[in-house]
Design a protein. Structure first.
Length: 146
């Protein structure tokens, strides 16, 4: 039981660190003059990070505790959930960022930023999965057996 809690705490700490260093992490991968300034000034980096964390943890929770089926406990099912999360999250973030930056024309920059956000979404989903999978009754061996 204690080992399971360690994984949960490590995942939570990793997610908090992602939120704390969100600007540095996002700008390390993608920076465009004007666009990055507007993202920072409007607080969009924080909003995108919160959406990314919430959707990754939420979709992992859905997989491990709502779906939680013996018929859906293979690594490719888990990979499909990660794929859905990695596509859906940037779409939601793109809509939110487009609304926050309304009046500015950063179409290509907004799209490219969300392509990079796919990486953060997938990584956060993996962290969330390994943090919470231990309490699942049917899917705890996914994606990698214990």
């Amino acid at each position: 039981m204690r080992d399971k809690l360690v994984f949960l705490v490590i995942g939570a700490v990793a997610s908090v660190l992602f939120w704390i260093f969100r600007v540095e992490l996002y700008e390390a991968l993608y920076t465009v003059n004007g666009f990055s300034d507007q993202m920072y000034n409007t607080g969009a980096y924080g909003t995108v990070a919160v959406i990314t964390i919430a959707m990754a943890w939420g979709m992992a929770a859905i997989y491990y505790y709502v779906i939680n089926s013996v018929k859906f406990d293979r690594w490719y099912h888990w990979l499909a959930m990660m794929g859905v999360t990695s596509v859906l999250t940037p779409v939601v973030c793109y809509i939110v960022v487009a609304h926050l930056l309304e009046g500015f024309d950063y179409g290509t920059a907004e799209f490219t930023f969300q392509v990079y956000n796919i990486l953060f979404t997938a990584l956060t989903f993996v962290i969330a999965s390994f943090s919470m999978r231990w309490w699942s009754s049917n899917c705890r061996h996914t994606p990698i057996p214990q």
